[in-house]
Design a protein around this ligand. Structure first.
Ligand code: AHR
Length: 496
């Protein structure tokens, strides 16, 4: 029997709803034939697919980062504003694709209003710099009266877009990034760009680029160098991580949350080291603005791509196991709610995405849609600390010996509801599990995602092959909730 300790007095922190963010990049079919497809039967007058918007609202996404990703590092935002028939077709060097520029800044803001999400903007610090970042900010956020906001008004947006969160470039440590930089080069540019942007609008939240992933040779040193320069000017440092079963090692893959947990701990430690060096009272928070499962071993790399028009790119089809891992990664983000303030599932539609579409056809939910949607819907206002006592451990090649159960819980003061999220990462053992309930609480429901066929997927023809199911047999008696958690499974237990 594994017992979960949870108590309303043991608090991690208030949940920032931007933890349920996502990411739209001009890449593959994320924008074109994903969120934007004029002529589609479900398109509105702006060309935004209403069927996709409905799924995005159901997914519970709160914020969306845009326009890249690697794309942003060679993007000229001016190409994407103004009359559509005057916008240039341009070669995007990041993905070697022809960018038609029919969807740009004003379209994304209009789309995000319809989707009910907060837009998060990344500026190009690869091929461009301070001037262009400031000009884009002026275009977006200043009231009419000077050249750039006047241009926005002429383009149809009278009111400022009011974009609060800005990312200072993307993955600037990566040699694949157009205009990639050493830590010191980037730190200076980020410092000066942040300084200039704050003169336009001191109320912005700025995100400095952290490492592209924890495996980069400069990881740790990069964060320190960047924060030493920018500590007082930025609010967040970014983290990116993609997980996949390497060499068929599904045991380690199921424990990916362990990798994310350690990554977050390391970045927090580095940020706090700089805090100590600076004798600062300010804590830098984390923007985990790209995370997902991505089978990168199947990707030929940018240089393996022929130059082409909008066409499919990394449209991974997600399995049951992938959904369980996504659920466990969300648990990790919640467990760090005191320091992680923004997180973006990368990406939103078609490109390694919870939502898939056919051009001129259907839209459907991938397996990973479900744990995300349920977590976004039911995670309440405060994240509580949880500890597991008892229960088996799992030996993994990548992370060593880990507890089979991975959990968190939230407490919604407004409804009194407790939501327990737990994953069984053992591939072999069903685990009997119990959790003490708060006074007077009963079981509302127990939902689980697992399947005898862990490789099962959802497709256009069978879009509901993998869905969460109600679990029977879970009970509350004598103040204890008991349940059985099958191998390789994700769970949401609601108590109120
Ligand atoms: O999300 C796909 C790509 O992964 C992004 O463009 C880049 O930032 C990351 O390497």
């Amino acid at each position: 029997m594994a017992r979960l300790a949870v108590d309303p007095s043991f608090v991690v922190g208030a949940l920032d709803r931007r933890l349920f963010g996502s990411f739209v990049e001009h890449m593959g079919r994320c924008v074109y034939t994903g969120i934007y497809e004029p002529g589609h039967a479900a398109a509105d007058a702006d060309g935004f697919r209403e069927d996709v918007l409905a799924l995005i609202r159901e997914l519970g996404v709160t914020a969306v980062r845009y326009p890249g990703g690697n794309f942003v590092s060679n993007y000229q935002w001016e190409d994407g504003v103004g009359p559509k028939d005057e916008r240039p077709r341009r070669l995007d060097l990041a993905w070697r694709a022809i960018e038609p520029n029919q969807f740009g800044t004003d379209e994304f803001v209009a789309w995000s209003r319809k989707a009910g999400v907060e837009p998060i903007w990344a500026v190009n610090l690869g091929t461009r710099g301070i001037t262009e970042a400031v000009q884009l900010l002026e275009y977006c956020n200043l009231p009419a009266g000077t050249e750039l906001p006047d241009r926005r008004v002429r383009n149809g947006s009278k009111e400022p877009h009011g974009i609060k969160v800005w990312c200072l470039g993307n993955e600037m440590d990566g040699p694949w990034q157009i205009g990639h930089k050493t830590a010191e080069e980037y730190a200076r540019l980020a410092e000066e760009t942040a300084n200039a942007m704050r003169r336009v609008d001191p109320g912005l939240e700025l995100v400095a680029c952290g490492s592209s992933n924890a495996g980069m040779p400069t990881f740790g040193d990069w964060e320190r160098t960047v924060l030493e320069r920018t500590y007082d000017l930025v609010d967040h440092i970014s983290l990116h991580a993609y997980y996949e079963p390497k060499d068929g090692d599904r045991t380690s893959f199921l424990a990916s949350a362990e990798g994310m947990d350690r990554f977050i701990d390391s970045v927090v430690a580095t940020a706090d080291h700089v805090k100590a060096l600076k004798r600062s009272d300010k804590a830098i928070t984390l923007s985990f603005d790209e995370w997902n499962v991505w089978r990168q071993q199947d990707f030929p790399g940018e240089l393996g791509l022929d130059i082409r028009e909008v066409s499919p790119l990394i449209e991974d089809v997600y399995t049951v196991d992938d959904a369980v891992v996504i659920g466990s990664l969300l648990i990790t983000l919640l467990r760090h709610a005191d320091r992680v303030k923004i997180a973006c599932l990368a990406q939103l539609v078609n490109v390694i995405a919870p939502i898939r579409t056919e051009p001129d056809g259907r839209a459907w939910r991938q397996t990973i849609f479900h744990p995300f949607a349920l977590t976004a819907k039911y995670a309440g206002g405060t994240v509580l600390r949880t500890e597991v006592a008892g229960g088996p451990e799992v030996e993994t090649a990548q992370y060593g010996r880990v507890c089979a159960l991975w959990s968190t819980a939230t407490y919604d003061e407004s409804t009194g509801e407790v939501a327990v999220f737990v994953v069984n990462r053992s591939e072999t053992d069903a685990i009997d599990f119990e959790v003490p309930v708060f006074a007077g609480h009963q079981l509302v429901e127990h939902l689980a995602l697992n399947d005898d066929d862990r490789t099962a997927v959802n497709t256009a023809d069978d879009p509901d092959r993998v869905v969460p199911r109600q679990v029977t047999g879970t009970n509350v008696a004598n103040g204890i909730c008991t349940a059985t958690l099958p191998p390789a499974s994700w769970h949401l237990i609601r108590l109120a």
